[in-house]
Design a protein around this ligand. Structure first.
Ligand code: 5GP
Length: 120
């Protein structure tokens, strides 16, 4: 699947759609999910590189391995900053429509702030 530079998260990156950003650096931004599935629900996404981002887990290549590692580490730091770490939190990455992926720009969900139900 080709990356669509007009997907919702690309528009959030360009501030064409407003979002509540909780973190940003040179490589990632994080913002609150518009329809939270937990008391705290944050989305972490990579910025575009050469105008594109991976569409999701299924769009990753070997060369993305270090970036994905930094994405997870960044999410753990955000979870710590947001006060989720002591109680516990969940990191989720959906792949494909059957799994519920609706936005095809790689993203990691941080869910926490309360007791979460079973994953499946
Ligand atoms: P997915 O289902 O693709 O794994 O996750 C996409 C997430 O993006 C969903 O949890 C959905 O609520 C969130 N989302 C969709 N549109 C917007 C938006 O315009 N703003 C924000 N902040 N989140 C959005």
């Amino acid at each position: 699947m080709a990356y669509d530079a007009d997907n919702i998260f690309a528009k959030i990156l360009r501030d064409e759609i407003p979002s509540t950003r909780v973190y940003e650096d040179d490589e990632f931004i994080a913002f609150r999910d518009i329809a939270p599935s937990a008391p705290t629900h944050i989305i972490v996404i990579p910025r575009l590189r050469d105008g594109v981002a991976p569409t999701g887990p299924a769009g990753l290549a070997d060369e993305d391995a270090a970036m994905v590692g930094r994405l997870v580490l960044t999410a753990t730091r955000i979870a710590e900053e947001q006060g989720l770490a002591s109680e516990g939190y969940r990191l989720v990455m959906n792949s494909g429509e059957a799994a519920g992926q609706t936005v095809f720009h790689l993203h990691l969900h941080i869910l926490g702030g309360g007791r979460l139900g079973p994953v499946a």
